[in-house]
Design a protein around this ligand. Structure first.
Ligand SMILES: C[S@@+](CC[C@H](N)C(=O)[O-])C[C@H]1O[C@@H](n2cnc3c(N)ncnc32)[C@H](O)[C@@H]1O
Length: 219
């Protein structure tokens, strides 16, 4: 494990050395910073040194947000301040578990007839489970396009994969914060109540066919 970490760090240095952002130039997720464009946070080995703001995770400036009760999706999260496009909102955290543990937990949840799932698949071998440990990111609900106002991004920080939630458009104070789960996160047989006119899940379900919900253009 330690060996792997070391390998990753060495790889990261290739990215860090190529960073040529001028001090204080990058505030969003890397639009003008080589590291940011590669979804990698800047470090002390970068040319941009300490003034560079491309360190969303280390700086930990999470946005103000509050827990709300939604009409059909249980609890959700609403912005408690205006948020600009591209801004870092919060890190998605939880227990990092492997596929086997994930399957076991899913089976247990099924037996308990749980309806809220907090599992997020990061890659083939890694799942973040915020069922027992997490922060407010665990309450972000799903929306099909074009409704979501946030997006998840994988970042490499000191050789470790971390997940950040970023704004994809201007968000006004009070708006519910959602992203597209891509259906890796909640039970495959659950209906979606995101309210999008071309809700993918509803379109596929018998319920939507019965309600005659029109197909999206891209479908
Ligand atoms: C990560 S949790 C989000 C917080 C959750 N609403 C709660 O009350 O704790 C994911 C769960 O929320 C519900 N959910 C999220 N988005 C939904 C949607 N668009 N339609 C229906 N249920 C949704 C599902 O039960 C899903 O398993």
């Amino acid at each position: 494990m330690a060996k792997n970490k070391l390998k990753n760090r060495v790889k990261d240095h290739g990215i860090f050395f190529s960073c040529s952002s001028y001090p204080g130039s990058s505030t969003l997720y890397g639009s003008d910073c080589s590291c940011g464009m590669l979804l990698s946070s800047c470090s002390s080995s970068c040319n941009c040194k300490s003034e560079c703001t491309n360190k969303p995770f280390q700086r930990r400036h999470i946005k103000r947000m509050k827990l709300v009760q939604t009409e059909k999706c249980g609890y959700g999260i609403a912005a408690d301040e205006d948020i600009n496009p591209g801004e870092f909102i919060i890190e998605y955290v939880g227990e990092v578990i492997d596929d086997k543990t994930c399957e076991e937990r899913l089976l247990k949840m099924k037996h308990k007839v749980e309806t809220n799932f907090y599992l997020c698949q990061i890659n083939w071998s890694m799942v973040i489970d915020s069922t027992y440990k997490g922060n407010k990111s665990r309450y972000f609900n799903h929306s099909c396009n074009p409704i979501p106002n946030t997006e998840m991004h994988k970042w490499i920080i000191d050789g470790e994969t971390r997940i950040g939630i970023f704004a994809i458009r201007y968000i006004t104070n009070g708006e519910n914060l959602t992203y597209d789960y891509q259906f890796v996160q909640f039970g495959a047989d659950q209906d979606c109540y995101c309210g999008a006119a071309c809700c993918r899940k509803m379109l596929g379900s018998e319920a939507s066919k019965a309600k005659n919900i029109p197909a999206c253009e891209e479908d």
